[in-house]
Ligand binder design. Structure first.
Ligand SMILES: [Zn+2]
Length: 93
């Protein structure tokens, strides 16, 4: 194994650009802004789901694969899993 560690090995073997463990993001290459946004959304998912994140991720992966994975689609901004706070306009009338 290389001295870059397990995360790098997983990333390069699977062809992934990055992997997120809780609040730690490991990039296999220099991240683009888009990739950063994607991985930061995963860290927010982790903050909401907590320790159940990994088993949930793996279960959904087994069912949906990568492209249709709900957490991946949400991280890519194509699916809204969690309600976001919306600021309603104040009715002045
Ligand atoms: Zn992802």
């Amino acid at each position: 194994m290389s001295d870059r560690g397990l995360a790098h090995l997983v990333l390069t073997r699977r062809g992934y650009a990055a992997i997120t463990f809780g609040r730690v993001v490991v990039f296999a290459r220099e991240p683009t802004d888009l990739l950063w946004r994607h991985e930061l959304r995963h860290t927010r998912q982790y903050e909401r789901i907590g320790l159940a994140f990994l088993p949930l991720y793996l279960r959904l992966y087994a069912r949906h694969g990568y492209a249709a994975h709900p957490l991946e689609r949400e991280a890519s901004g194509t699916l809204a899993l969690f309600p976001t706070k919306t600021v309603l306009p104040v009715d002045s009338g």
